[in-house]
Design a protein around this ligand. Structure first.
Ligand SMILES: [Zn+2]
Length: 165
């Protein structure tokens, strides 16, 4: 078996991060771990040409802080309770989603055929770039590094554009 077919085999049954809805901590109000009462809100997540509307409430005052999200999928009304973890940093607490597998993460993904927001491991996700190139070959590694550099360059350009620097 040569390297390229091995890579294909390894990525069989994998799904792409780029095809998922992404629920990020940044979508929620700042400092929500310190809220003294239940806070409600709503948001819309967009993926390509489709979107889902999410109603949520944050219970940071409970013994185990959690976010409950309600959304619709294929005409089904779904509800998911996401536990939160916090970690002390220099000035306060940094929240994390606590996936049901026990992983702490910043982003939870909903697969195009899924009914639950889960971490990258649980969803069997990979990035498009990793699925298409083989980093074990010299060309693959070069391509990967070049792509990373390009991403950093693009980000810098964006930051300059908005005048943050
Ligand atoms: Zn998980």
């Amino acid at each position: 078996m040569d390297n390229s077919s091995e890579q294909k085999f390894k990525n069989k049954n994998k799904y792409l991060v780029e095809d998922c809805y992404k629920l990020k901590l940044a979508h929620f109000p700042r400092g929500f771990l310190h809220f003294k009462e239940v806070r409600r809100g709503e948001m819309v997540l967009i993926q390509g040409l489709s979107y889902i509307k999410i109603d949520y409430y944050i219970k940071s005052c409970a013994d185990t802080p959690q976010i409950v999200i309600n959304f619709k999928r294929n005409n089904l009304s779904l509800s998911q309770c996401i536990k939160l973890e916090s970690q002390a940093i220099h000035f306060g607490l940094r929240p994390y989603f606590f996936c049901s597998c026990g992983r702490k993460c910043n982003t939870l993904h909903l697969r195009f055929n899924g009914f639950k927001f889960l971490c990258r491991k649980c969803n069997n996700l990979t990035y498009a770039l990793c699925a298409t190139i083989n980093r074990k070959t010299r060309n693959g590694e070069l391509f990967y590094r070049f792509n990373r550099l390009q991403k950093i360059y693009d980000m810098e350009a964006l930051v300059n554009y908005y005048g943050y620097v």
